[in-house]
Design a protein around this ligand. Structure first.
Ligand SMILES: Cc1cc2nc3c(=O)[nH]c(=O)nc-3n(C[C@H](O)[C@H](O)[C@H](O)COP(=O)(O)OP(=O)(O)OC[C@H]3O[C@@H](n4cnc5c(N)ncnc54)[C@H](O)[C@@H]3O)c2cc1C
Length: 423
């Protein structure tokens, strides 16, 4: 691995740290009353690897609106100094950051444990897709609302029978007879935060014959959809955590103007690939977040159950996790060195994703063993440690083996492309 930050990268990091040193303490003091885990990827444990706009919508009773207002305020504070959307071009309020600056950014934000932003999907995936594929009119219409945290956005990709195999999607968008609008019918599922989104970016099937012809990647088109359009029914799904992060979204003859199509008809697969690729680059801060989480666990254990840390088996697990996290940081650096050298960042990228899933689960399980039975108590129950954070994390972290590409699919990629195993 031949790798070093450039002078420009170092200056970028210094400027970012200077900003955070001055802005973050004041922001934290102002928002101190909003709980650490009023949203899964607020300041708490490392749970935002997907750049999911995680939110805790438990009947709105657990302060989600407070958390969302906090996120809105933090995004606006960042953007006041052009730190919200660093990948966007300068003309649209960004910094046109390089890949290495993006890695520095995600790692630095993780190190400082910054709050979550109002709409990570909008900033990281949807905004760049609009910049790349939208018309000038569409950019002017949608980008300011994303950047200024005015509108919340969701991503409408997965369907009940199209997840890992996304190109199998069947929600149709058929041009009407007058040719001025598409009519949408079908079901999307696992759509994060759809219940509070004003807009959704969604992949729809404009050529229903493509699947039968064995060309399922063709005949897909990307749309921007006003989530308040008649015919859209949004039903939150209750998760194992007791929260309602995701929704099912049903389209029943929903009319979407032709002008809200993003890119050409039947070009949606290419548009979506850019968005999904950006989701993966964003995971570079994960190793730092996991290291933070391990440190936080050890500090809590010293307070509530110090005897557990004398147990040789526990010590062994802590040491293994520490080494796995260090190893993952090495993998990320190696992937970056390859990308900067003009190569593909794999197999390191799928390997890092595998590592992240495994470490997050191991850490969640270790927490319950180290902290003792009280760690199982949920938020609001008397005696719960960190107000139920570890109990929630234990069930929530299952998502790391599914989101941003399930574990089995990553293994397939590694078997195919790195090990070149026969099928
Ligand atoms: C936290 C979170 C947030 C999400 N937010 C959104 C969102 O905002 N918008 C959205 O559109 N989607 C969202 N999703 C959905 C996500 O994209 C899908 O869950 C993911 O693509 C997997 O699809 P699936 O759930 O249908 O599982 P499936 O693809 O059905 O997989 C089920 C199981 O089969 C295995 N499997 C599948 N294919 C293969 C294969 N070829 N070989 C071996 N094993 C295989 C998988 O590894 C998995 O274990 C979110 C998911 C999570 C966890």
């Amino acid at each position: 691995m031949d790798f070093a930050w450039s002078e420009a990268d170092r200056e970028f990091e210094t400027e970012l740290c200077g900003f955070l040193d001055s802005a973050l303490p004041a922001f934290r003091a102002q928002w101190a009353e909003v709980s650490l885990h009023d949203g899964p990827n607020a300041d708490g444990l490392n749970v935002d690897g997907l750049n999911v706009d995680g939110l805790n919508v438990d009947g709105l009773a657990r302060g989600v609106m407070g958390a969302m207002e906090k996120r809105r305020a933090w995004q606006r504070r960042l953007q006041a100094d052009r730190w919200a959307a660093i990948l966007w071009p300068e003309a649209w309020g960004g910094r046109a950051a390089t890949v290495s600056q993006h890695v520095i950014y995600t790692q630095t934000m993780a190190r400082y444990r910054t709050p979550g932003i109002f709409n990570a999907n909008g900033i990281v995936q949807i905004g760049p897709a609009i910049i790349e594929w939208g018309t000038d009119e569409q950019r002017a219409r949608w980008l300011p609302g994303i950047l200024e945290a005015t509108d919340h956005w969701c991503q409408l990709f997965s369907e009940p029978h199209a997840g890992s195999d996304l190109a199998a999607l069947r929600t149709t968008a058929i041009l009407n007879e007058t040719g001025d609008a598409y009519v949408l019918n079908g079901v999307k599922t696992w759509i994060s935060s759809a219940q509070i989104a004003q807009w959704g970016m969604g992949l729809m099937r404009t050529d229903p014959t493509a699947i039968a012809r064995g060309r399922q990647h063709d005949g897909i088109t990307m749309f921007v959809i006003d989530m308040r359009t008649p015919g859209i029914t949004i039903s939150p799904i209750r998760e194992i955590t007791g929260e309602e992060l995701f929704c099912e979204v049903v389209f029943d003859n929903v009319v979407v103007p032709v002008g809200d199509r993003l890119g050409d008809e039947n070009a949606g697969w290419i548009v979506s690939m850019g968005a999904l690729g950006k989701e993966r680059v964003g995971s570079a801060g994960q190793a730092i977040s996991m290291a933070n989480d391990l440190q936080r666990l050890l500090l809590t254990a010293r307070e509530v159950n110090p005897g557990a840390l004398e147990d040789p088996f526990i010590r062994d697990r802590v040491a293994r996790l520490h080494m796995q996290i260090e190893f993952t940081q090495g993998l990320i650096a190696r992937a970056l060195a390859k990308v900067l050298g003009g190569d593909q960042g794999w197999p390191e990228v799928p390997l890092s994703k595998l590592q992240w899933g495994e470490i997050a689960l191991a850490l969640a399980e270790l927490a319950l063993d180290v902290l003792g039975p009280e760690a199982l108590l949920l938020k609001g129950v008397s005696g719960a440690i960190d107000d139920g954070l570890w109990a929630r994390n234990y069930v929530w972290q299952r998502y790391t083996t599914i989101g941003a590409g399930p574990t089995e699919v990553q293994k397939n990629i590694i078997a195919d492309r790195a090990l070149r195993l026969e099928r």
